[in-house]
Design a protein around this ligand. Structure first.
Ligand SMILES: Cc1ncc(COP(=O)(O)O)c(C=O)c1O
Length: 368
């Protein structure tokens, strides 16, 4: 099995930064630089095409300002986000990746003893953090189609009002909830609970599917977003939260210094990527081609997968005997296998088309 050592990572990260300074034009596939040419990282839902060339230019420019606190640039990014999402700037809050904001929400839940209801499997760091520190959580099941079961979540939240956490589209299943059903759900549930909508992958589905308009006059709906996925900035740690100004005030009061999680390079990169709609459109288009190809190829191998609205695919691996993760990593391919409703499933992130061809050739070797 290929081990991805910390020393190897540090060495390749140094290589990455020197390449950024001295050979900007040559950087187009960060994965090859950060992880070495032979390791195929299909396990973290990153964007294999990013960051965009415009971001690389912005990053280089930002480095010489590293001696100053980025107060003004953080404010400017909030203003830019506000214009982009057509909402007043008082609806926004920045974080070092959405993970920092999810942790803040978990701390808020613990302080107020808010019960957290969520579905499984999902990206569950928020409820897990709450449970780790003695808070109460309720797990509901997805439907058989692997979509959030809104009725089950509503019932759970009525029994235990507090916070309902919904990842839409969902990680790891790639499914999205019907928009009208979700709007109805938010309106009903917000009469007694907060709803945290994690829209990390919404740009793959289309930003028009975001429920951001609901936050204008509903302080109980909170939307968490990230620049780590379609914008290709996972390594820079940029996320943001959208909510009613009253909710933003409550949450910012929990921070010692609001909006302080981001460094200047991340802020400048996020700003550049927001204005690079071509990069987003091209990432989306290439991602869709990879999803279609991978799904088709898996089907030819008699492996059932769930239609995906994201940059990853979820497929049933219970027809395979043996440890799929270990066997794939022996071929330098990283994926995520997990247990779901008594069966094993694999979540494979989309790489480039070349990556997906390699993934399929290797799955053909290990599948039995
Ligand atoms: C649904 C979801 N939310 C949040 C995150 C965290 O993203 P980040 O902290 O990079 O913004 C992830 C990461 O994979 C995710 O899948």
């Amino acid at each position: 099995m290929t081990k991805y050592s910390r020393r190897k990572w540090l060495g390749s990260a140094t290589l990455a930064s020197s390449a950024l300074l001295f050979n900007l034009g040559a950087i187009c596939a960060n994965e090859a630089i950060v992880s070495g040419p032979s390791l195929l990282r299909l396990n973290a839902n990153e964007n294999p095409y990013g960051p965009s060339p415009k971001v690389l230019v912005a990053l280089q420019k930002s480095l010489s300002g590293s001696n100053r606190y980025p107060f003004q640039q953080a404010e400017d990014l909030v203003e830019q986000l506000a214009r982009y999402h057509n909402l007043p700037s008082s609806h926004f809050m920045l974080g070092a990746g959405s993970t920092q904001l999810l942790k803040l929400l978990a701390q808020w839940a613990l302080m107020n003893q808010y019960h957290v209801s969520y579905a499984a499997p999902t990206f569950d760091i928020l409820p897990k953090y709450v449970a780790r520190f003695g808070g109460h959580t309720t797990k509901t099941q997805l439907t058989t189609g692997k979509v959030h079961n809104l009725n089950a979540l509503e019932e759970a939240s009525r029994k235990h009002p507090g916070i309902v956490y919904v990842v839409n589209p969902n990680n790891p299943t790639g499914t999205s909830v019907n928009r009208n059903d979700l709007i109805r759900f938010c309106k009903q549930v917000s009469s007694h609970s907060y709803i945290v909508l994690d829209e990390a992958y919404i740009e793959y589905l289309g930003d028009e599917n975001s429920l951001k308009d609901l936050i204008r006059d509903n302080p109980r709906i909170i939307i968490v977003r990230t620049f780590s996925k379609i914008y290709g900035l996972a390594g820079l740690r940029v996320g943001f939260l959208m909510a009613h100004p009253d909710t933003i005030s409550t949450l910012s009061a929990l921070e010692i210094w609001p909006n302080s999680g981001l460094g200047l390079p991340g802020i400048m990169a996020a700003s550049a990527s927001l204005s690079d709609s071509q990069f987003v459109a091209s990432s989306r288009r290439q991602n869709q081609a990879c999803l279609d190809y991978t799904r088709e190829q898996l089907k030819a191998l008699d492996i059932a997968s769930i239609p995906s609205a994201t940059n990853f695919l979820y497929f049933d691996s219970s027809g395979h005997t043996g440890d799929f993760n270990t066997e794939m990593s022996a071929h330098s391919v990283l994926v995520r296998e997990l247990e779901d409703s008594g069966k094993t499933w694999v979540r494979v992130s989309m790489g480039t088309m070349e990556d997906m061809k390699r993934f399929i050739s290797i799955i053909k070797k290990v599948w039995s």
